[in-house]
Design a protein around this ligand. Structure first.
Ligand SMILES: [Zn+2]
Length: 656
């Protein structure tokens, strides 16, 4: 592991917290050191208060910040003297510890200081860095882990046995550190948890972390426990419906919809097919704090009910030992290892699922390396339970408000790169859905760079492209709950006698047949939606009120309208509802350039302004208006409605 320190880069981080921010980010850049909010750093500064007195202030990473992107505002100042005194108490329940930390912050509105704040306070060095380095965990989770750690580091680190993060760990370190630390000491290893380094300067503390972790990496290399290759004998074989069925079974168990992200890369598939997978995977996580996101164990295979039964037994075994009464969390797995699927991560959101996948990606490294040292071991079930059911986590659950409407649900939107389709993506994202965004325009692939949108280039007239788009979407999010049929074409205005066969067929191919193909292929997926499948058809005012010169378009939209009505009849028993929107004169789309608008307005003897609002309500209709209604039609307001056709046109006298 190399130091990433760069003088020129470091110079850009000014102010008293500058070096602290910089090296925290350097740690955050290396995923084998910290992942997703893991790890924390601090600095002790002397500052003058309003009365001209000097005070010792500990700036420690606040909760909710990631080291990789932390800013000065992400460090919470706390009164160092008070926090140090806390470590001397004989006991302090964790909720009370949090209260003490929060009431001794020196900046109103700062984020809550890390639960590891006291640990930072008791270490007698200005800069303190803490990570959950994979290499250190691999060694400490192997047989005789403590001895190996002492062999590697000698006097350079103080070694602390596994104790759950919180007051007890901090108090233990406060007693143990001065006893063990010699003048050579530059760090502290917490077995099965992580490693601390410290120093007088930010760079010194950071580079000591790199040096310490490098020693563990070299040890693993020397023991031939570093690199692994996976054979990819058989290709992955799971079908869309199998993935969606698994997602449904997990959601049924959880009681709410979940995103399921499948990863069949060589590494995950190879691990899922490991001959010892049962023993390797059923011991616990690489470090206990993963358990909040991952639950203690992955599910092997797809027996969700069996997993839930075992989870309940685990809760019943452990809950009586807890100090206070615990409320059982849902018993649904968050990780699946399956020889066909590879690995699947379940999360309340696409982001949660992606985090679970990242955590297990690193867990596999830790497991296999520790295994190569003679046998992987995790902390005890009791320790895992203590973290999963920690007072502080249970309190968070009680406080959590209701999540956005479509949290855990997946929508597929066609024609998503522009106009109404693009607005639909935004409206569904705003309601918490994960979105599969299809468009013939390749720009769709990079239009949104976020984990909850998958943009796929797709020509909807090509069945193979549809298959591929659906395969990718289901692999990424686990299924499809909602479908917005938006893609459509509007051929140039022509009287009937001049319409070429090709124009007619081309219009039908996109506006009708593509939607039929998509509906047919999505039907088995929509049937599996926890809250029932929903389809929104973006129709047209031309269905009730066709226009001259638009025969191909009007006929195609009318055919689509009938298709939707028949689907409402046929698919109601599958719990699928389908409703149509008939927009008119939505001008903020790619079709309507300023020139086209000006020429159409002129044709009606209107100004552009008048033309835009040429409806009963004299209101302009935007893509967003249509998209918001499309999203609401998939929500509870329309739960009892199917086969509805709702105009979004500002009122049209030919329709009313
Ligand atoms: Zn930690």
């Amino acid at each position: 592991m190399k130091s990433l320190w760069d003088d020129a880069e470091a110079a850009r981080f000014g102010g008293p917290l500058g070096p602290r921010v910089y090296t925290s980010r350097l740690l955050g850049r290396d995923k084998s050191l910290v992942l997703h909010g893991g790890g924390n750093t601090s600095v002790k500064l002397r500052e003058r208060n309003l009365f001209g007195e000097d005070e010792d202030v500990l700036y420690v990473k606040g909760s909710g910040w990631d080291l990789e992107t932390i800013e000065p505002a992400g460090f919470t100042p706390v009164a160092l003297g008070h926090v140090r005194r806390l470590a001397g108490l004989s006991s302090l329940p964790d909720p009370q510890m949090v209260n003490e930390l929060n009431t001794h912050m020196l900046r109103a509105g700062a984020p809550s200081p890390s639960v590891e704040t006291i640990l930072h306070a008791i270490l007698p060095h200005p800069y303190v860095d803490h990570t959950h380095a994979d290499a250190v965990l691999s060694v400490s989770n192997a047989p005789e882990g403590e001895k190996r750690i002492r062999d590697i580091y000698g006097e350079r680190v103080v070694v602390i046995p596994y104790i759950m993060a919180g007051f007890d760990l901090a108090a233990h370190c406060a007693r143990e550190f001065p006893k063990q630390a010699t003048s050579d000491c530059i760090g502290m290893v917490l077995l099965s948890h992580g490693i601390f380094s410290f120093g007088a300067e930010a760079r010194e503390s950071y580079e000591r972390m790199i040096d310490l972790v490098t020693l563990a990496e070299e040890y693993l290399r020397k023991k031939k426990a570093w690199h692994f290759s996976f054979s990819s004998a058989q290709p992955p074989g799971a079908k869309r419906e199998e993935i969606a069925s698994l997602r449904r079974a997990i959601a049924d168990q959880a009681g709410f919809p979940l995103v399921l992200k499948v990863n069949d890369s060589e590494k995950f598939l190879g691990f899922a097919r490991h001959p010892q997978i049962e023993r390797l995977s059923q011991k616990g996580p690489a470090t206990p704090d993963h358990v909040i996101r991952t639950k203690p164990l992955p599910m092997l295979g797809r027996d969700v009910a069996g997993y839930a039964r075992k989870y309940r037994e685990y809760f019943e075994r452990q809950a009586p030992h807890a100090k206070d009464k615990k409320t059982m969390l849902d018993a649904a797995p968050r990780m699946v290892l399956d020889p066909q699927l590879g690995f699947a991560a379940a999360g309340r959101t696409a982001r949660d699922a992606a985090i679970v996948e990242d955590l297990y990606d690193h867990t596999i490294d830790v497991i296999l390396r520790a295994e190569a040292l003679g046998g992987w071991r995790a902390v005890s079930e009791r320790d895992l339970f203590d973290i999963e059911y920690w007072d502080l986590e249970q309190a968070k659950l009680r406080k959590a408000g209701s999540p956005p409407l479509f949290t855990g649900e997946v929508v597929l939107v066609t024609g998503a790169a522009s106009g109404i389709g693009k607005a639909c993506v935004e409206s569904f994202l705003a309601r918490g859905a994960a979105v599969i965004a299809l468009d013939v325009n390749p720009a769709i692939e990079t239009l949104w760079s976020r984990v909850d949108v998958l943009g796929v280039t797709c020509d909807l007239t090509d069945p193979k492209a549809i298959e591929s788009g659906l395969d990718q979407g289901v692999k990424r999010f686990g299924g499809i709950d909602m479908l917005v049929l938006n893609a459509g074409i509007f051929p140039a205005s022509q009287p009937i006698q001049e319409i070429a066969a090709q124009t007619w067929k081309g219009t039908m191919a996109v506006n009708v047949e593509a939607n039929l193909m998509l509906m047919q292929r999505c039907h088995p997926l929509l049937k599996l939606a926890l809250r029932g499948g929903r389809i929104v058809v973006i129709g047209s005012k031309n269905v009730p009120a066709p226009g001259p010169g638009a025969a191909a378009y009007s006929a195609s939209k009318a055919a689509l309208n009938q298709l939707a009505r028949v689907a409402a009849l046929e698919w109601a028993t599958d719990g699928i509802r389908i409703n149509s929107l008939h927009p008119n004169a939505v001008y903020d789309t790619a079709l309507w350039t300023d020139e086209v608008l000006a020429s159409r307005a002129k044709a009606y003897n209107l100004t552009v302004e008048q033309y835009r609002k040429n409806n009963l309500l004299k209101q302009e209709v935007s893509s967003r208006d249509v998209a918001e209604l499309a999203a609401e039609m998939c929500g509870p307001l329309f739960a009892k409605t199917t086969a509805a056709q709702v105009p979004v046109d500002g009122g049209n006298e030919r329709v009313v």
